[in-house]
Design a protein around this ligand. Sequence first.
Ligand code: GDP
Length: 483
Amino acid sequence: EHRYLDPGKLTNDRFLSGLLSPNFSEQNCLGRYKSSMYRKPSPFPVSTYLIQRLREYEDYHKRCGPNSELYQRSVEQLKSGRNVENSECKYVIWTKSNGLGNRMLSIVSTFLYSLLTKRVILLDLTEEMENLFCEPFPYSTWVLPPDFPIRDFQRFYKDSPESYTKMVENKTISDDVDISPESLPALVYLHAENVNMHLQNHIFCDDDQRILQKLNWMILRSDSYFTAALFLMPMYEKELSQLFPVKESVFHHLGRYILQPANPVWQIIERFYKTYLYNADEKIGIQIRIFPQAPVPFEKMYQRILECSEKEKLFPEVGPPNITNATSNPTKHTAIIVVSLFSEYFEKIKSTYYENSTLTGEMVAVYQPSHEVHQKTHAQFHNYKALAEMYLLSYCDKIVTSAGSTFGYVSHGLAGSMPWIIRPPSWMYPGNGPACIKSLSVEPCLHSPPIIECKGKDNVNDAEIPVPYIKHCEDSDSGLKIF
Ligand code: GDP
């Protein structure tokens, strides 16, 4: 099986330096231990503290997760309508919002939140996400069982009666951190979703989190990479720096830990990789995302791609080959994969190398895995392909993504590499800024920064950001990102 892989070129660190537990049957999740063989070694160390906390979490999840006695007891407590003190198990139920890239960023953020707050993460997994990811925790499941007393999670929103911010606003919950747990409701909903390009107040404040910590059952919805907001909170600062000595490694480590593609997706990934990418000396991946709400004509976008490529020397240059030149390499094979809903970018790039030779004499093959035309987040097989393509991009030596795309963030985050970000000519980028920028952090961007007016303190949002490792994103002036 492994004869396809060249050990000199690829790593074979099956357990990702201890990030992954060895307690799994390999057959149930073929990609778990194989994925790293297709990628360059991770540039970031995995701290022994993170490994320890993950193993502890796995034990906790097994003890309190579905099918356990403690889980049954907690469900009974929820049904009784009362919160209780000192419960051994606390839960956060993740529920979906937006496209797959957004969902993956919010699952990773929710998992980090569950590590910080000692909650069991469970997913409200609707049909279109079935068999997309492997079970990440041994001897248990992270899927919320179908007999859970609440089924309709989409009814929760920022103004629902169970919403924490609504309860604070209505004063149905006191903002006294010494409030007794018995006086709190059995369930709280945390709306960590973008509202007018912001995350709500009273979510990322230490005092509010101390109250929330007393509630055993939490439902959380987010479309955002709210990890960046957790890094703004004084109460988690020490723990986060122990978990992640290199701050910008959060998504890279937790994403590779928790978002393993399930077998049907892994088969797509491996088939494509072995067929088209394995023999390439260099792999270049470009993701072209055109947002329906900000359409860009093909010619204009293509022009930006060319400008970017020329300036940053991304694609092999075309022209008469000069094989006497020191930089020429007529035996080199380069593969370009184009990831986009549309086929026209692929066609144009492919014809460029069909009609022209390269300056170096290298051979360039251009591929596109799919061109789905429309986003169909409700369709399972469509999501398989989207996930497969995020993974395929993450195996490339050079990754070029589109500004503002969470799909792109996932691919370079998994890779642990800094992408070139193409900025379309649009309302988002008025003027003649550069066609692309090289990112300076591998982390995803949180587009909607939190409003933090904790107990009358300053709004960090527009004022100075209180910690040096959070800065504005290269592709979003108001967004925040960990560096
Ligand atoms: P974002 O909208 O770019 O931030 O990324 P999301 O992943 O949240 O939503 C976009 C969705 O559109 C994806 O999840 C796919 O369903 C679909 N999509 C967009 N671009 C592509 C692509 O290049 N390939 C595939 N297969 N699907 C795509």
